[in-house]
Design a binder for this molecule. Sequence first.
Ligand SMILES: [Zn+2]
Length: 493
Amino acid sequence: MRIAVAEIAQETDSFSPLTADLTDFENYGIYHGAELLERMQGVGPIGGLLEVAAEQRQPTELVPIVRAWGAAGGTITADTLEYLTEQLVAGLRGALPLDGLFLAMHGAAASEKVDDVEGHILRAVRDVVGNNLPVVVPLDHHANVTQQMVDLADLLIGHETQPHDPPATGRKAARALFRMLRGESQPTVAWRKIPMITPQDQFLTSHGPMKKWFDLARAMERREGVIDVSPYPMQPWLDVAEGGWSVVVHTEQDLELAQSLAAEMANAAWQLRHQFWLSDRIAPTDAVNNAVCAEQGLVVLSDTGDSVYGGAPGDSTCILRAMLEQDVPCMALVPLVDPQALQIASSAGVGAELSIELGGKFDTVFNQPVQVTGRVAAISNGLTVDLHDRGICDLRRTALLQVGQIRIVLLDHRSFAINHPILYTHLGLEIADAKMVVLKTASNFQFFAPWRKQLIRVDSPGTTQSNLRDFSWKRIPRPIFPLDELPAWDARQ
Ligand SMILES: [Zn+2]
């Protein structure tokens, strides 16, 4: 049995001033051939497939095509999408004949020319492999599912949890694919778009309305004949033609059941819509003050508007500004993407005193630079960081700037390691010495779990801000909750 293996994945922030080119993918490694299978052990959805393939009784040949993961960032350039699609298509053409394709994607990628990147890639794939080859697609559950994706994939399977567990999703998708290949499963599909978007504040699946909604999907999956029920609360910074939440249900040739469950799931989300908008965000000044006054650290200050994991530039200064204004009396850790400031600090060298303008260079809409005077405390010329189930990345050059009690780590790019303790420890700091840390994410605090005593969601402006009404939406279908009045909606009608 020959199964082609590929991943082309990126999450697009339509409001980011950045574009994503090949470098954004190369930062995490573009792999082909044997290197792909070697590097992806335990990493991403493909890592899950490799585990399941190893358990199979019948001989299975995995045919590696291409792996390109670009984390989250700006809109993908047209050339980059064309290049990656061609890599996939050419690889598949050379790999025929095949028995199946495992194609991992994010689901919320957009390019300069194509709103529905995943649908576009699936179209190109079908043109090579035809309509009969089983194609199984593990997705991020923050995907924007489109008609084209539903039409062209046999199975779309989303993550079950936030924080994400990509290998688990890969295992689930791989098991479903092997059942199809053994002739034990013949999936059919029903789906519903849900005319809503909501901020990230209630995106954790461990509690609140998201837990209720995801628990309902898991309960449905225990029913006879149900293959998969995947809720897709779309990430809220994607301004595309078919944008919005959705749910996809696969059953064993029971279309009526699939349709009924999809409608029930869609209505459940709609009924919870106001709960998804609840938030405990507070203003940057209050957040910093609360962290200073907290009995003990570590206090995580979630910079919700500048989430690098959501695609933002990582150069927001609003929390740093509040720290400077309050002259915080305890150690505060702050990451900042600012290649120019990093260059100046590196050239000045360790020990140099600097007066320098920081941040606010990429996002100039929601964000302004801030002036600081401090000392270069450390410089690193690069470090390969193992992000476990996300693979490896090179932090490249970094510098530590000390401004009073504030320790600012300057990065030259939006590394996935920006929310990892190693960012500070590799420059000689101890996390336990700090009272607070700014994280450029609204949901992924897991790397700081051993120290975290408190979490404060900061209502910070930026290209991933929770105040979705303030973006100038251009392409998302209207009417949509909560941008428009939409009093009555029922998925069954
Ligand atoms: Zn996601």
